[in-house]
Ligand binder design. Sequence first.
Ligand SMILES: [Fe+2]
Length: 478
Amino acid sequence: MPAPPERSAVTDSVAPGFRAPSTEYDDHQPTVEGSIPEWLSGTLLRNGPGLFEAGDRRVNHWFDGLAMLRRYAFDAGELRYSNRFLRSDAYADARAGQLTGQFGTDTRGWRRLVDTLTSLGLPEPTDNANVHVARVDGEYIALTEAPRRVAFDPDTLETRGEFRFADDLPEHITAAHLVRDPHRKEWIGFTTEFGRRPQYHIYRVPAGSRRREPVASLDARGPAYIHDCSITADHVLLVESPLVLSVWRALDPRSQGAIDMLEWQPDRGTRLLVVDRETGALVAEPTLPATFCFHHVNAFVDGEAGEIVLDLIEFPNNEIVGAMSMAELDGEGFPEVPDGRLMRYRIDPAAGTVDRSRRYDGGMELPRVPRAVTGRRHRFAYGQATHREGQNGVVKVDFETGTAHEWWEESVFVEEPIPVQRPGGDSEDDGVVLATALDVDRERTALLVFDAETLAVEARAWLPHAEPFGFHGRFFRD
Ligand SMILES: [Fe+2]
């Protein structure tokens, strides 16, 4: 096992969720309280920042922490845990004492401008793929918003090298969130291209292929920073908030990276882009008052009403982006981060009207629906509940009854909850919800297995250390 990063004095002063672990574990068997269902067979792979320093410097923004992969393998009621830093070029730079930050971390002196432009994908974007994972054409890949992907071994978490799509789709910024359509067995994603006429390029990747096929190219206004998308059986949906990527702002000598390219221009409003998956036609593009969104929940066509329903997590403005800076996160307790609101949009493409309503009173982020209902009508959504001080919970929202059920525990910060349905199960919430959770008082992370129906904790597996907070993951069945 290669030497893990050493702890520095600076890391000890910060909350355990933002501190590099000192060990890379390999197939560690954690102590389990309760019992893991025997049917649960497969591997949860998660990604997120794990190393925050190089030399004596700390990254400025949480999004710039260096990627650490986490693996939770389930087999016949047993769990094995591994964690490993992605051996990217950015990681090698960091171990050599250089931070090649991207989002909000100033880089190497006079090269700052070059690096800032580089962070747009010109000509050498970062390979610090710390946001998400996917399996494309049999290859497991780590993804970020710079257009580079890194392949890794799903069993050992060893880095295999750069993954390249077999096409030349233009991309200066790309989505780390790919949407897997289990019905058509294809991935849907998008890229952003700068230039005189900025474009969003929506693409599909069919099963067994690593060639992205264009679905649509749309004129981008701004262009905007867009983090995620959603699909119905017939559509792809993007939310273009007025958080604009301005190349001119990056030229400001005080700029600290891509975050300083972001300009909130609320007068533009927020445009919903509804694209026909077959023809690529823009079916509807209603503009609403300004809001910001990282994550979509799901979308579907409501056959009876002929409307398109889109659920997402919405913020009133862009404050959430700045609140994720390390200066905020390293302070006493957690910053006053605005709560995400679960909203339902009903879009009538014929009439061009949109109805908008809030579906959960609490704060919510990192939403997920069971995989089988992706692009189809969902009854339930799970997410991180965020509105209490000193803890994050889990929430299960029932759209049919209009009720929500929450789980909380003192000093415990739950991360992205991932529903996994029981094979052959007879209802949407027949299964489990998997979530890592850091107990900040015990300075230890546990993998929690919740009953997806009741949110009762069926099993709690104590990992051998405190994991830094991650972003996203997927469960891959055996
Ligand atoms: Fe995300």
